[in-house]
Design a protein around this ligand. Structure first.
Ligand code: NI
Length: 226
């Protein structure tokens, strides 16, 4: 399931982050990649432990925490610290599937990547190319969103970033370990939760919404590991 979450960041927060990113020190993305992915990675990244990556990462995590759609779709048990990348001058990222298990910098912890996420920091008209191309069973999807918008997709998906031929593409990316590891079960829960939210807005629907909410929690109880 691909899910577009509009305006994860409000205009003021977005402007602040963009200002910090434009003044930041960027390094070659190959430094932070394993040997396998170094050959396909032509971009720039912020060092994971740099003050700006930590500060903006915390801002992104806070916005995710406050976002009901993100919680409903990802059912997160752990969100990796967000990282930040930059593409210009024909930089791109070749086709790949994200690593299944990832270590967390400065800890012994590992998480399983169930959901991959990209948060856009540049407006689509600020750069040419740079589409995030995601393949799933329904074909190839081209994703290029407004600044402040987020895309979620299953970490099992093959994906790439097309060359940026004009301007600069700025984004954040991160992985989520979900309480519900199965993508099909997560999709059922998301659909049900979305319907319950809609039904709650209708008058006289209280009893049926309560019943469905009970069903939702009983499914979550069957499928979630926390
Ligand atoms: Ni990737």
């Amino acid at each position: 399931m691909l899910l577009h979450i509009p305006q994860l960041l409000d205009a003021k927060t977005l402007a602040y982050c963009r200002e910090r990113l434009s003044a930041a020190q960027w390094e070659d993305g190959k430094i932070t990649s394993g040997s396998l992915s170094a050959s396909i990675k032509r971009n720039q990244q912020l060092a994971k432990d740099s003050p700006v990556a930590k500060e903006l990462g915390a801002i992104v995590l806070q916005a995710l925490n406050a976002n009901e759609m993100f919680f409903s779709a990802a059912l997160p048990s752990y969100v990796m610290p967000p990282q930040f990348n930059r593409y210009e001058n024909s930089m791109d990222l070749g086709n790949h599937i994200d690593n299944a298990v990832q270590g967390i910098l400065g800890t012994q912890e590992r998480i399983r990547a169930d959901v991959s996420a990209t948060l856009f920091f540049a407006e689509p008209e600020e750069y040419e190319g740079g589409e995030l191309m995601i393949e799933d069973t329904y074909g190839v999807h081209e994703v290029k969103l407004a600044a402040g918008d987020l895309i979620l997709y299953p970490s099992t998906s093959l994906h790439r970033v097309e060359p940026v031929t004009r301007g600069v593409r700025l984004a954040s990316f991160f992985w989520v370990q979900s309480m519900v590891r199965d993508v099909g079960e997560r999709a059922v829960l998301f659909d049900l939760d979305t319907s319950i939210r809609q039904i709650r807005q209708q008058a006289q629907s209280h009893d049926i919404a309560t019943q469905l909410t009970g069903t939702y929690h009983n499914l979550l109880r069957r499928w979630a590991d926390v």
